[in-house]
Design a protein around this ligand. Structure first.
Ligand code: CA
Length: 365
């Protein structure tokens, strides 16, 4: 049943109760409460920043919506709208904040213009991996900060998947030194772009549909995207043959964000179902990215040269990142607070990660 229909149906019900002489305290007569929605059919509109059924990220949301329906016995229907159907891809945050839509699926770093600190919830260059990011958010205080800061926009965020480690991007020419980066035009967003700018690169933003042509024609010299699976779908290997290993997006987090007032009016059962289905989506998306990337990497054309940036470049990137973080901490107390929480977890985590995961991967060889 549409929300409007059942609101009018319950208004009718309330009217009948009044006619029957049943008087309840005023606050209990409200039909717009979590208790009221318990067991009732609820339909939510969710807009994404992706094209319809976009592989892994878009299909992940489709699967999430299907799981909510199954787990709720059909009482929770989440209608997924591809980008630009209900609202433009880059306006989902504002539309959800204003309750024009109930929820959205997107990338957190798109909203750094709202608050610089938001980019940290999406991941950090040279920082935490997907598993580490999720651990920080769930156990290290990240979620509390994210929900506090999104709460000011009437939003309630959940982790909505993660990409795993991303590749460093496609370059038309090899990068043998810092000097080779000077003046190159590269499509690279977020904090990675800020770092690259300090290394002499000219970071540009392009709509997804224009990147391939720009690279092919030489309007840009390089682009990052995600990893082998999605990059090859875009055809980048045909336009640039040097494929660099990743550093700037080691564990990007996607978001599944709800209008906070709407979220608070969902029944506890529906909230629990959404939370569980979102966790399932996050795990499945990470596994699917791993599998699809492994397959696509194994079948890269032989003309593609997989390279790592020279140590000189990565050392300069580390130094530039510190400068960027210090500058943004000065500009924004929220950024500083979130960074402190992130860094406290990173510091706690590293010795154990070194002795467990990193050590084991070296032994395994
Ligand atoms: Ca990327």
């Amino acid at each position: 049943m549409e929300r409007r229909d059942f609101l009018s149906a319950t208004a009718l019900g309330a009217g009948l109760l009044t006619l029957g002489g049943c008087h309840r305290p005023k606050e209990q007569q409200s039909t717009d409460t979590a208790e009221h929605y318990r067991g009732k059919k609820v339909t939510l509109k969710l807009a994404t920043s992706w094209p319809a059924h976009f592989p892994i990220m878009g299909t992940g949301v489709d699967r999430f919506a299907k799981r909510c329906y199954e787990l709720s016995g059909g009482t929770l229907e989440i209608k997924v709208f591809a980008k630009n159907i209900l609202v433009p891809a880059m306006q989902v945050f504002d539309a959800c904040s204003a309750a024009q839509i109930d929820a959205f699926h997107s990338g957190v770093y798109y909203w750094k213009g709202k608050n610089l600190a938001f980019s940290i919830f999406g991941g950090m260059p040279l920082g935490l991996t997907s598993e580490e990011m999720i651990t920080w958010l769930k156990f290290g205080g990240g979620y509390e900060l994210w929900r506090e800061l999104y709460g000011k926009f009437n939003l309630y965020p959940l982790i909505g998947g993660t990409t795993g480690p991303q590749m460093g991007g496609w370059f038309k020419k090899p990068i043998n030194s810092l000097a080779d980066l000077k003046g190159l035009k590269m499509r690279i967003p977020g904090l990675g772009g800020e770092v690259m700018k300090r290394l002499g690169i000219n970071p540009v933003l392009l709509p997804a549909g224009e990147i391939y042509t720009a690279l092919e024609r030489g309007t840009i010299d390089a682009t990052e995207w995600v990893g082998p699976a999605l990059d090859r779908m875009m055809g980048f290997d045909k336009a640039a043959h040097y494929y660099y290993t990743g550093w700037h997006e080691p564990g990007s987090i996607l978001e599944l964000t709800f209008n906070k007032a709407r979220w608070e009016k969902l029944s506890p059962e529906h909230q629990a179902i959404i939370t569980a289905a979102a966790e399932e989506m996050t795990g499945t998306m990470l596994q699917e990215f791993r599998y699809e990337n492994a397959k696509a990497f194994a079948s890269l054309p032989s003309y593609v040269k997989v390279m790592s940036f020279p140590t000189e470049v990565m050392n300069a990137a580390k130094k530039a990142l510190k400068e960027v973080l210090a500058k943004q901490s000065q500009e924004s107390t929220d950024f500083k607070r979130v960074l402190q929480s992130y860094e406290a977890f990173a510091k706690l985590n590293k010795p154990w990660d070194d002795i467990s995961t990193k050590n084991f991967l070296e032994i395994r060889g």
